[in-house]
Ligand binder design. Sequence first.
Ligand SMILES: [Zn+2]
Length: 137
Amino acid sequence: MHEWALAEAVLDAAEKAAKDGSLKRVTGIVVRVGELQRMDLDAFRFSLEEIQKAGRPLLAGALIRTESEPALFACKACGRRWSLAEGAAGADAEEAEHIHFVPEMAHVYLRCPGCAGPDFEVAEGRGVRVSQVEGET
Ligand SMILES: [Zn+2]
């Protein structure tokens, strides 16, 4: 299951960060989930809780929060960075939905709002990462 594997990777990363920071107990973890990441957030949260309960003493009491990371595109031609809402201003609702679920489609529907160029990359908003690990040393 996709969400389970992601949750496992996230908790591995949190555990490593805690060890690197010499934390004896982790109290809070913040996970950023990219707007363009394709997954079931409920299943992801469920997986996090289940894995946390199953033999991760360092993370046992931690409160895990998930935050959405907005998508950000960067134009390779003019350097402008823009959000999905801004870039999809000319796209209709159905097209915007396509971009959400298939980020590769962004290049079909989006153009740089600055120079109208099609040569851009997804700078943020893909993948899942641990942004913060809090605890007691
Ligand atoms: Zn541009």
